[in-house]
Write a protein that binds this ligand. Structure first.
Ligand SMILES: O=C(O)CCC(=O)C(=O)O
Ligand SMILES: [Fe+2]
Length: 258
């Protein structure tokens, strides 16, 4: 029952008026924050579930540019396009999440998918064809962070399960570039990396859902501070059926293809 997962009293995702409000907000701000999206008991249950599987997580410590692309040698090592940033995090994959998990109940629910479709203005949404990429649980222990980047996907859905004692903050600058027009905005990106731009911080709590357009809005998650790890779920959909995440991305994020 989706009622056991989603807090419909505060977040009525089956209501047309509420859905329309979220759509407008996403268009205006590039982000929708839904606090108390998950029921309190569900958050507790999902934290337990995630913790029993954290030993399966594949940890990566890698460097990347903000566009998540290979270097362009023509631009030279000092160019902001080639500036290498460090990110370190671990995650488990869809196939490592139990079949009866409330995460799968939510992910495959028609009510939830219809809500997301309307808010992001897609006709339909489909799971990834590979068995890894649809639902991921991310773990970040002390010192681990996700550095500044633009996403490859048009939108991302995250659910925070456990917040660290401090740190682990989601920071962003909206609409820093226009990916559809291949606009890179090197000047704007350099200013963010040099700490010269004022950034926004999202307030999140366990159970908060974030719907975010990260292709044009640069964002990062600051390092976890303290012993309690940050645990966060990412739900990913495609607008067409039968699509797998690229092999290179699967190898980078999960360390395997299937
Ligand atoms: O961990 C988060 O809150 C954001 C994750 C993110 O930006 C990503 O996976 O691309
Ligand atoms: Fe991202």
């Amino acid at each position: 029952m989706l009622e056991d997962v989603v807090n419909f009293n505060e977040v009525p995702i089956d209501d047309a008026e509420f859905t329309e409000k979220c759509r407008l907000e996403l268009n205006q701000k590039g982000v929708v924050t839904l606090h108390n999206f998950l029921k309190y008991e569900t958050v507790e249950e999902l934290i337990k579930e995630a913790k029993t599987r954290s030993r399966l997580a594949y940890f990566t410590d890698s460097t990347h540019n903000v566009y998540l692309t290979p270097k362009n040698e023509n631009l030279g090592p000092e160019h902001v396009f080639n500036r290498q940033l460090n990110s370190s995090k671990g995650c488990i994959t869809t196939d490592q999440i139990p079949e009866n998990s409330k995460l799968k109940e939510l992910y495959f629910s028609d009510i939830f998918k219809n809500f997301i479709c309307r808010v992001v203005e897609e006709e339909a949404l489909y799971e990834y064809a590979d068995s890894l990429s649809s639902i991921n649980v991310h773990y970040a222990s002390e010192g681990q962070e996700l550095n500044w980047h633009f996403d490859n996907s048009k939108f991302a859905i995250t659910l925070l399960l456990q917040a660290p004692d401090s740190g682990g903050n989601f920071e962003y600058v909206s609409n820093l570039r226009n990916a559809d027009k291949d606009e890179m905005n090197f000047t704007g990106v350099e200013a963010v990396l040099n700490g010269e731009t004022e950034t926004n911080r999202l307030e999140t709590h366990p159970g908060t859902l974030i719907l975010f357009r990260g292709q044009n809005s640069i964002h990062r998650v600051t390092p976890t501070e303290g012993a309690r790890e940050r645990i966060l779920v990412v739900l990913a959909y495609n607008s067409k059926p039968g699509i797998s995440l690229s092999e290179s991305a699967r190898l980078t994020f999960f360390g395997r293809l299937q």
